[in-house]
Design a protein around this ligand. Structure first.
Ligand code: BEZ
Length: 394
């Protein structure tokens, strides 16, 4: 998001400095692995419209891509699940209603056809779903490399990795960034620091109501070269003793473990309030449940999880809030973005962040992502105590 904001600020900003505490492409991203899902369907119309708005900006980035493979594949997005479970019914049926209203094409599917066409097995006959043909998979390293290359070749952006910012201090004349190497002064600042956001805001006496999920990701070896899938998401009912029942996966991609397919849980046993609580290894329970799902429903894959990794997703504690995208309450010189899963919006949110930082306004409706102060936000304790993982991804 920070790179995309810098890219969209290029035409207007005099000089741009991008600071990254880790390496570009290896920061605190919110899912592991080299892929993210691109889907247009949403249970909320404003979100579906934002994805549609992001498509021309993805196309622009695609024209500049530095990788052999497209930044966004269009293998389609398959959603299926139990229509009798409130939450999944909510997601699948509401997404269908939104697609009908907005005029987004999709193919409704019953379970026998889902199993036959997409080679899942052992799912209850009552499950239903749909296939949206314009969904697909995002090439994460390709997107990051493209943005880094565009910024470096612009001659007007400086990119520094390995720089940890300790504090962001807005004032009348500008913003001070305190780093171990000294103080940096900026006219405007875009803060896209995910789980590190509250650490940066500490000194301001202000915190966003965020909960951090430590997600796992892994890949499974294909049994035959012909095995493949679209990008997909399964909404199963939660099972007792912690199985939130939400799994997702991708097609095989050449740029990330060819011969293997990524399948991951869309839930996390570990919910944190500070990134320093991060566990050193992928949670075995989350991996085990994913491997069991693969063993029971994806016979084309060997059920041993491979290339497991973890990452942190910083979600607004209020489940109705998809992301924070707003000025800091204390200063319009600082624009903040954080969300759980928003890679599909990278170029659009980059543009919005640049609009807000450079011009102070944007033509996109960001009111659902406002930072409320003194409102009735769900307290963090409540979010941390909520049943693990029954929050649906947005
Ligand atoms: C999404 O489609 O937004 C999504 C899918 C899987 C995990 C998290 C988010």
């Amino acid at each position: 998001m920070g790179l995309a904001a810098a890219y969209h600020a290029l035409p207007d900003a005099e000089r741009i400095l991008v600071l990254e505490q880790a390496r570009f492409g290896h920061g605190g991203s919110s899912s592991g692995g080299g892929t993210r899902q691109f889907r247009i369907q949403y249970a909320e119309e404003y979100m579906a419209r934002l994805v549609l708005d992001s498509i021309p900006l993805w196309d622009d980035l695609e024209r500049h891509r530095v990788t052999e493979h497209p930044l966004r594949s269009q293998v389609g997005s398959l959603w299926f699940g139990d229509p009798d479970v409130d939450s999944s019914e909510g997601q699948i049926k509401k997404a269908i209603e939104v697609m009908d209203r907005v005029g987004i094409e999709y193919e409704p599917l019953k379970m026998p056809e889902i199993e036959r066409r997409f080679r899942f097995v052992g799912l209850p006959a009552a499950y239903e779903g749909f296939f949206q043909p314009r969904g697909g998979t995002i090439h994460v390293p390709g997107t990051v490399d493209t943005l880094v290359t565009l910024l470096r070749s612009s001659g007007r952006a400086t990119l520094l990795a390995g720089v940890e910012v300790n504090a962001v201090v807005p004032g009348e004349e500008g913003v001070r960034l305190e780093t171990a190497g000294g103080t940096i002064r900026a006219d405007k600042v875009v803060l896209a620091a995910g789980p590190y956001t509250n650490r940066l805001l500490r000194g301001l006496g202000f915190q966003l109501d965020l909960v951090i999920w430590q997600m796992v990701s892994c890949y499974f070896r294909k049994r035959h070269s012909r095995v493949d899938y679209p990008s997909w998401f399964a909404f199963e009912p939660p099972a007792p003793h912690y199985d939130p029942g939400l799994y997702y996966g991708f097609e095989e991609v050449d740029w990330s473990h060819p011969g293997y397919i990524r399948v991951a849980p869309a839930f996390a046993l570990h919910h944190l309030s500070d990134p320093r609580e991060r566990q050193p290894r992928p949670e075995p329970m989350d991996l085990w449940l994913t491997a069991r799902w693969v063993r029971e429903h994806m016979p084309g894959l060997e059920p041993e999880p491979r290339f497991a990794s973890t990452c942190l997703a910083a979600l607004p504690a209020d489940p109705a809030k998809k992301m924070f995208l707003d000025f800091l309450p204390a200063s319009r010189r600082v624009v903040v973005f954080t969300a759980g899963w928003a890679f599909k919006f990278v170029p659009l949110i980059g543009k919005i962040l640049a609009d807000l930082a450079v011009r102070g306004e944007t033509r996109y409706d960001v009111s659902p992502f406002r930072i409320e102060t003194g409102g009735e936000e769900a307290p963090l304790e409540e979010a941390l105590a909520a049943p693990r993982g029954r929050r649906l991804p947005f």
